[in-house]
Write a protein of this length. Sequence first.
Length: 252
Amino acid sequence: MCLIVLAWKSHSRLPLIVAANRDEFYKRPSIAAHFWKESPDVLGGRDLEKGGTWFGVNRKGHFAAITNFRGGSLERTGRSRGELVARFLLSDLSCEAFMEEIDQDRSSYNPFNLVISDGSSLAYTSEEHKSFELLTPGIHVIGNDRLNSDSRKINVARAAMAKRLQGEVSEAALFDMLADTAPTENCEEPMTKALSAFFIRAPEQDYGTRASSVYWQESDGHALFCERQFDRNGPTGKDKRFELTAQTSMTP
C-alpha cells in the first residue's frame, strides 16, 4: 500500500473515511478482499508470498493498513510488515494496548508505516518510532514517506480528500480520486514522476497500483468496504463490496 488518505472525525455522519491504493510488483501473488476462512471475522486481501495483508477490517469495527517506507533499509530481511495488520485485526486489543504489545519488536519488521483504528481512536506508528501517536481529528495522509510528510503528493492528496468531504461522500467519488494518474511532480526522471501519481502505472518495471480500497464507518457502527483490483492490463473482475455492522459504534 503506497497511499492512504484518512478523514478522521471530519464528517458529520462518517467518523472514519479511508481511501487507499496498494502499489506492488505485478508478479507478486495475492488474493482480493474476502472473509478469512480461518478467521471469519477478518475481512481483507491476502499476500500469498508472506501471508499478511496491506489493508483490512474486522467485525469489531477495527481497521488497519500499512505502507512500506521508501527511505528505510529496503534490503533488510526483517519480518513482513503485512503481519502487523493481521496481528491487530486478529486481536481484541485497543489501539493503545496493541501499540504497547508491539513496542518491543517493532524494529524487527521491514520499514513500515502502520495506521490502526479500534473505533474510538486512530493511531500511527513506524518501525523507528519509540512509541506511537494518537491522531487528532482531520485529514491525514501516508505515502512511502512518514505520516503527513511535506511532499507534493501528500499535500495534493489531502486537498483531494477535503474536496470530497465538501459534497456527498460516495464510493464513486473516492474511487475517482484514487484513479488519478496525473503526476504530482514535474520532474525529468521518469520513474520518480510515475510514482508521484495517486494511481501508478510502470509496466516497464512490472510495477503499479494493484488494489484500490475504500472504507468508511458510520457513527452507528455500520461500515462499508469496497475494493477494486488491477493488473498490468487494468481492472480484474468486479469490485468487491461488503457491508458490516460493528459491535461497537464510533463517536463522531
